[in-house]
Design a binder for this molecule. Structure first.
Ligand code: GN1
Ligand code: CA
Length: 162
């Protein structure tokens, strides 16, 4: 049943409804531990703020395995680009994860990142398909993916007897 598939922690707390980031709807966010997928539009900064409210930050994708998993989950929920925690705002052309982890793996779409037009310093996944990262203007409003810190999957498996 749903309870078995989704331990309590996977449900975004009702607090999500009350949690406020001006102009951003958070009521449709869906949690798949340790990630939270939010389909409604937010700028990169608003998305970071919302993720902080969930006790996390915009997602860091450090390995191909994690990137593919998150991209596939996200694409299954909404076939549209979503913010992840990658930007080169600090230094043009130097991409950094919001959490400071090294950028060891990337999945840029062909010809990206290209800092198109007036400039594009924030990273989104799933442009036209799973992964396929693209840089976009940070004030563009997209859905986003958070990663909650302090969620220990192995511990959850142990405590549920698996
Ligand atoms: C361009 O053409 P379109 O919309 O698929 C651009 C992207 C920009 C995007 C901004 C090949 O994509 O890099 O991020 O506009 N692609 C190319 O809307 O120039
Ligand atoms: Ca681009």
């Amino acid at each position: 049943d749903a309870q078995t598939l989704l331990p309590e922690e996977t449900v975004v707390p009702a607090a999500a409804g009350a949690m406020k980031v001006d102009g951003v709807a958070l009521t449709r966010c869906v949690a798949v531990v340790p990630y939270v997928f939010c389909p409604d539009a937010a700028s990169f900064d608003q998305a970071e703020e919302a993720c902080a409210g969930f006790g996390g930050q915009l997602v860091t994708l450090q390995t191909q395995q994690e990137s593919e998993r998150v991209a596939d989950l996200a694409w299954g929920l909404r076939d549209w680009p979503l913010w992840m925690g990658l930007s080169d705002r600090q230094e043009e052309g130097v991409w950094r994860w919001s959490g400071g982890d090294p950028v060891d793996y990337t999945a840029w779409k062909r010809h990206e990142p290209n800092d198109y037009g007036a400039g594009e310093d924030c990273g989104a996944m799933n442009r036209g398909g799973p992964e396929r990262w693209n840089d976009l203007p940070c004030d563009k409003r997209l859905g986003f993916v958070c990663e909650r810190s302090g969620v220990d999957l192995e511990e959850m498996d142990r405590s549920s007897g698996q």
